[in-house]
Design a protein around this ligand. Sequence first.
Ligand code: IMP
Length: 202
Amino acid sequence: MKKLLLATTNAHKAHELASLLGDVPFVLTTPQEEGLSLEVEETGTTFEENAALKALAFAKASGLLSLADDSGIEIAALGGAPGIYSSRYAGPDVTDEGRVQFLLDKIKDVPDGKRQGRFRCVVAIAGPEGDVSFFQGTVEGVITFEPTGENGFGYDPIFFLPDRGCTTAQLAPEEKNRISHRGQAARAASKALRQMATEATS
Ligand code: IMP
């Protein structure tokens, strides 16, 4: 079976991606397992560009098919910010709690009914020859006035799902994966990976 490199140095993300990809017909590997040390600067201006930058850099360095993702939250009242800057929005070395508080402060005067938000994830799969395919997922929600829930990470405690009546931090991890932006993108990617494996053997 061919290898698929999960192009991230974040162990939590590698683990989450591995469980989301399920039983794709590839041997999943990580930069650490391949003895690769690579820091890719996210200099793109879109989720697609950043995901492609990471996947391509790892594919070229390793010679392996490589998968990377880029994700974030888009707030309607902020014209779509923080978007690709979601993890850096409140500055460097800020905790998840600090980031949540920073965002809540930014929209403290935005009233009920105008607090729509969206999580977005783009997965890029790149080959060493420079070919890239994209898969994406989105989930719509409403930003609460205060955090609720202990699960998930990042902005989950303030991301309310109206049809569930709870935040994504109140969902069990499997339930969040089932509906999340990252879950949708990863499922689309895993379908394509199965197709690629079938084509390679036929
Ligand atoms: P990146 O994809 O590593 O660039 O990070 C995206 C950032 O967006 C994370 O650090 C979080 O702050 C936020 N984010 C992305 N997906 C989620 C999610 O599922 N829940 C909560 N926050 C998220």
